[in-house]
Design a protein around this ligand. Structure first.
Ligand code: FES
Length: 98
């Protein structure tokens, strides 16, 4: 029997494509934005007020070190956000390159 829905069984092997700092990244469905950022080369998400690089620390929505801009919304928690097709993520790395 074919199941076209996205239940647990049908998500196995499914991929989603998103853009991180302008680069296209393809990850497994269910991957957090924080994990996708780390897999794309650098875990840096933002800069502290003093300019130090920051990266996800707790992975459970407490520390807020993983804040990034997602689809033009600033200060989104990358560790609590699953990747979605077409999502646009901007980290401190991108903002420094401008
Ligand atoms: S890593 Fe701590 S809130 Fe996201």
């Amino acid at each position: 029997m074919h199941n076209a829905g996205m239940d647990g069984a049908s998500m196995v092997g499914a991929k989603v494509s998103l853009r991180i700092d302008g680069r296209e990244v393809c990850v497994a469905a269910g991957t957090s934005v924080a994990a996708a950022i780390a897999m794309s080369g650098s875990p840096v998400t933002r800069r502290s007020v003093g300019g130090m690089p920051r990266a996800p620390l707790c992975g459970m929505g407490v520390c807020h070190e993983c804040r990034v801009c997602i689809d033009d919304l600033p200060h989104q928690l990358a560790c609590q956000t699953p990747c979605a097709a077409g999502m646009r993520v901007v980290t401190a790395q991108s903002q420094e390159a401008r």
